[in-house]
Design a binder for this molecule. Sequence first.
Ligand code: TMP
Length: 212
Amino acid sequence: MTGYFVSFEGPDGAGKSTVLKEVLAKIGSQLKPQYLVTREPGGSKIAEKIRDIILDPANDKMDAKTEALLYAAARSQHVEEIIKPALTAGKIVFSDRFVDSSLAYQGEGRDLGIKEVKQINDFATNKLDPDLTFFIDVAPEIGLSRIQKLRPGQEDRLEQENLSFHKKVYQGFLKVRAMYPERFVTIDGTQPIDQVVDQVIATLKQRMPEIF
Ligand code: TMP
């Protein structure tokens, strides 16, 4: 595949989605290849339906393995329908979350095991890996309090989990980052948004100069 695959990861409330939006508002028009912005869980019609099931607070009886498999199922559809065709066409794909989220949330947070969750995701994606991953780093305490302020009483099923779950997820991200030091770039998500955005752009220019 000839395109560029860039993912954004981080705990809930890290601000990934805002960062991604602001980055593209600043540099979208300068990018040589066409680009698309997508997200997980979701990113395609079928995958967005699976997203609704996963995140519905009413589904509080969902088994951890069911959850991991639903994320992987949504991802498989997203990869086949949206990501792979775009990469094959030489485009840049910016994804708000990808497999690393499953490794951190389901592998570590739900205690299913990072290795085990990686295996089902390898099956789901045919081992597709991002070329570059931005880890927007905020402590779980800060992330959660941002969400509670932003959308009080409207947290989704995962966001409703307690702080100890989110602390495990955060540790999971640190383990996943250590597994892939060559593609992970950590950005301090507690800085003012403009600084976060500028650091992401500077990294893109340094790592992928040919896309500008
Ligand atoms: P979002 O808030 O970034 O849209 O993600 C929705 C929630 O799903 C968030 O709490 C993180 C969680 N998640 C997982 O647990 N595993 C995954 O594989 C993905 C992509 C997201």
